[in-house]
Design a protein around this ligand. Sequence first.
Ligand code: PEP
Ligand code: CO
Length: 453
Amino acid sequence: MSTAPHLQPDWSPGSWRTRPSVQQPDWPDADALATALDTVRAMPPLVFAGEARSLTEQLAAAARGEAFLLVAGDCAESFEAFGADGIRDKLKVILQMSVALTYGSGVPTIKVGRMAGQFSKPRSSPTETRDGVELPSFRGDTVNDLAFEAAARRPDPQRLVRAYHQSAATLNLVRAFTKGGFADLTRVHAWNQEFVAATPEGQRYEALADEIERALRFMAACGIDLENELQMHQVDFWVAHEALLLEYEEALTRRDSLSGDWYDCSAHMLWIGERTRQPDGAHVEFLSGVQNPVGVKLGPDVTPSDAVDLCERLNPTRAPGRVVLFTRMGADRIGEALPPLMRAVGAARHPVVWACDPMHANTFTHASGYKTRRFDDIMRELHGFFDVCEAADVRPGGVHVELTGENVTECLGGSDSVLDHQLEERYETMCDPRLNAFQSLDLAFEVSALLRR
Ligand code: PEP
Ligand code: CO
């Protein structure tokens, strides 16, 4: 079998094992881990290589300013909060956001869910101490349980198998919804949930949906055959997660029979987090050899030379659409931190998609003890991102946000405000605080205005 010409000849799905790998669990039982990985390795792929190639093509359009990327979903999916309603409601809000974005910007929205595999979490400390008791940190449902008890926190490799099955079930429902009529543009009103419709953003969405319906009636009256237009009835919906647990990702890495290239078939797109993006590290080594589109999170302390080095290692042939750089600098720092990165990556002629994660560097612990984010800080970072892009003559290529379709109270503010004292009302996240459905819609309208600028 031939190796694709642009791959390092010494790459293999397991070559990351020769590099330092951070943020990996201490599995207590090596045999149990091997058994679980054998099970995953024997499972069918979750996505098909051709799909990952289509997404790469769409991302290449985003790099040229001809499409806009929306990555959205939970910080961490959970085994317990798993069900059809949650998936449906998340899909509804992402479809609503994408309508707002596309209508405002005039370019297609590339819809990517942080779904069907977004379970594993990097942690700032390997252990957690409460009242003098020290236990391993919670690393996501793929590894251990959130409950603060010794047995619950012990890493259990059978969770990898369960994560695979939950991902398959989630992806199956997502495919059914997006290809089976739910995402039909004539249903644009039905995506507005009741609790959202009562808010100013919900009203604004209703007005937009009315306009879209009027435009559709106009086209039909002109004799345009919308019934037989596939784009009217289906959408492409992709899934992505942080490629954190390399043993799991390796077990789902398969060689494509058409191209002979390797693909990580656990998701269409994978990303490397802020804590695991060491250019010489295991995560970069692993993703350098699979042909899926890959993202890298860049925090405020990344150096321009590291940013270029990452692009070089992940995309030495400079294939457009292969690399998305998700900047997560913080509202106060993006203005000074981002321009030197854009200059360096531009000078090295890397055709990346520049996208903004306005969530992760704007998190703080509220006086009440809840980890939260202010909607205003999120918007300030997005404004900063668009300003820097404009000054650098770079196309703003996308956003990456944490949200849920439910009526939670985890982030503060938005035009139908969540107030400080309301945080405790419906604070349900497994990990980071998420925008609720109307805050998400609010954000989409604001971003669509920025795109029109
Ligand atoms: C995340 O996306 O949930 C995350 C942990 O992000 P980052 O790596 O940017 O901190
Ligand atoms: Co998060």
